[in-house]
Design a protein around this ligand. Sequence first.
Ligand code: NAD
Ligand code: UFG
Length: 337
Amino acid sequence: MRILLTGGAGYVGTHTALGLDAAGHDVIILDDLSNSCAAAVSRVESIIGKPVSFYHGDCRDTDLVRSVFVHENPDAVIHLAGLKAVGESVAQPLRYYDVNINATLSLLTVMGEADVHKLIFSSSATVYGEPEALPLTEENRVGVGISNPYGWTKFMIERILMDLADTDPAWQICLLRYFNPVGAHESGLIGEDPQGIPNNLMPFVAQAAAGRRAKVLVFGNDYDTVDGTGERDYIHVMDLGRGHVQAVDHLTPGVSVYNLGTGQPTSVLEVIRAFEQVCGTTIPFEITSRRPGDVAVSYCSPAKAEQELGWIAERTILDACKDSWKWQSMNPDGYPR
Ligand code: NAD
Ligand code: UFG
């Protein structure tokens, strides 16, 4: 199939592009490079050994999206484009609602016009808000306890897609609720490239291991968890990318929903210890207060994805730390910009 990846120059998008290529699909990338760079696309091309069609532009620009559809004639779309920083979304709610919602509406308009009805959407564990039960299954309630505008955009887009599918049985939509993507491609050529101080744990730990950050601040050690620190379901980004490939292959009419995670909770201190094992140095850390809006524990049951998509996470947290460390060591300042 010819598959359009919106946001395909980003962290999840570049790794998903590799999975799609390996499965024999043609990849087209549309990205405004607001949180990525052209070098990421070049690195994807060098790993797969051929050029990728790349369009630099904003999904909210409906005429531009139309022209991409005219030139490329995609069979399906994987919609990853959007803003994702939780704290920034609290400070800039209108920007987050504008970019995330309007990019999706623009894309859906053009897909409808072009008679392209196959869509995979990057949703997030954040839609579960305060977990109703653990492990989280796709049947658990969503929307209670979402603590930031970023999370609400994911919740709202899921709703929009369900309403759209109700209007026309031609739509085949899959919502993938990612847990915590970590790691990098084993080559060390592509990886997570946060600008400024990383918000997320794994890139922060990687930079602390490299000496770019003095210490990791651990946000709370008084949760009801194995060691008091927050527990998450860290999913290797290569496994996540493969999840998209399997989702595309199994699209069915209407809306389907899958958790993509390992099903295993790992604490902050366990992540730090795993990283120390692969980098061979001690990573300094300091316990500080809880981060507002954090839940204590979040991990999923990935059973539905296994049963219906034949997908299961194959890599461990140690694999993710090893690949993250390779990316960090080979690219201490991220991509050349
Ligand atoms: P990322 O920022 O690395 O990638 C997103 C890409 O979208 C970037 O390359 C950015 O330049 C591009 N983009 C942003 N707005 C755009 C627009 N209007 N038009 C075109 N391109 C635009 O983030 P990521 O980690 O790769 O996440 C990809 C998707 O997965 C996002 O939708 C994110 O919300 C979702 N997600 C990510 C995580 C995570 O922890 N990484 C977890 C759950 C869900
Ligand atoms: N943490 C620290 N120190 C840090 C960063 C994080 O102790 O410097 C802790 C957090 O408190 C949490 C764990 O490490 O317990 C993971 O935090 P991340 O920021 O890496 O990930 P979150 O689970 O908080 O956030 C992720 C995605 C969001 C999404 C959210 C809810 O990054 O996009 O899951 O699904 F909204």
